[in-house]
Write a protein of this length. Structure first.
Length: 87
């Protein structure tokens, strides 16, 4: 009898194909402070960090994202626009 893949195995394989993983380190206690801020604005910790990265990259390059009124926070949706601004 063939062994079937678990749901977790399938999800992990998909995630490894589609996403890059970044591990960041913050001082003890800072994770909860950052998470509380994200929750206050109805965001997950991951989406908050992605938004912070997106906004910082755009700001560092001195531009905004053309046609974007969201102010960032949608890394997959705006990745191509950010690349265009960055050129």
């Amino acid at each position: 009898m063939a062994k079937t893949k678990t749901s977790a195995e399938v999800k992990n394989r998909y995630n490894s194909k589609v996403y890059d993983r970044l591990n960041i380190m913050v001082p003890k206690g800072e994770r909860e402070t950052i998470k509380a801020h994200a929750v206050e604005y109805d965001k997950s910790l991951n989406s908050f960090i992605n938004r912070a990265i997106d906004e910082t990259m755009v700001r560092d390059r001195g531009g905004g994202i053309p046609g974007c009124s969201s102010g960032g926070g949608h890394a997959p949706d705006h990745a191509e626009q950010i690349k265009e601004v960055s050129k």
